[in-house]
Design a protein around this ligand. Structure first.
Ligand code: AMP
Length: 219
């Protein structure tokens, strides 16, 4: 049985704050799908679909993929039957126009967002996290060289694939992504604050400590 009640949730925060790790854990506890636009785009790239090809250049330089592209992805995803009981959006919305589009989508679906969680950490901690991040190129599971090691070094616990450092986790690109976050995504936090559904999660500490804060914020 899930102890959480919020079912339609967005996770906001800068790159490297640990929201992906928390998103998969919280989604499991809530019994709803985690919808991560970054994962969907990376999968499309790997498969070489037209969407993947379109997104590639933006992603590689740490820029945002155009709003209309990600909005379309999310709309289609939220219409799938498994999202009827709820969903956890991770990495979307990332701009004000995306927030407005999400409002329109949930209205069309006759539902409302229950909560927006803002994962907050100082920039120095983000850079440290991103530089140690390792990702499974197949199932997207996130690891960290020091704080979240796989059971067998360099290999994904879930699917046995060799872990990689994402291209956009290289130092130069990380700086760009943090700058994009400050200008494009920080206003989204204000948007949900004004809407009265925002809760801030201090995001320093162990994965378990942060998970407990998330559980409390979603109860
Ligand atoms: P992430 O895995 O969430 O860090 O996303 C990786 C990259 O995918 C980002 O740097 C963007 O290029 C792209 N991306 C993911 N989500 C979005 C979004 N909501 N809006 C625009 N671009 C996105």
């Amino acid at each position: 049985m899930s102890s959480m009640t919020a079912a339609r949730v967005v996770f906001l925060g800068p790159p490297g704050v640990g929201k992906g790790t928390q998103a998969s854990r919280a989604a499991k506890r809530l019994g709803v799908p985690a919808v991560a636009t970054g994962d969907i785009l990376r999968e499309a790239r790997q498969k070489g679909t037209p969407l993947g090809k379109e997104a590639q250049a933006y992603m590689d330089r740490g820029a945002l993929v155009p709003d209309e592209v990600v909005v379309r992805i999310v709309e289609e995803r939220l219409r799938q039957p498994d999202c009827a009981k709820g969903f956890l959006l991770d990495g979307f919305p990332r701009t004000l126009p995306q927030s407005h589009a999400l409002d329109r989508t949930v209205t069309k679906l006759n539902v409302a967002l229950d909560r927006a969680l803002f994962f907050d950490a100082p920039e120095a901690a983000l850079v440290q996290r991103l530089s140690g991040r390792r990702t499974c190129p197949k199932c997207q599971a996130p690891y960290h060289a020091e704080t979240n090691k796989p059971k067998r070094e360099g290999v994904c616990d879930r699917c046995g694939t060799a872990l990689v450092t994402r291209d956009d986790d290289q130092p130069g690109t990380v700086k760009r992504r943090l700058a994009v976050y400050r200008t494009e995504t920080a206003p989204v936090v204000e948007f949900y604050k004004k809407a009265g559904i925002l809760k801030t999660i201090p995001s320093e500490g162990t994965i378990e400590e942060i998970e407990a804060r998330v559980a409390a914020a979603l109860a």
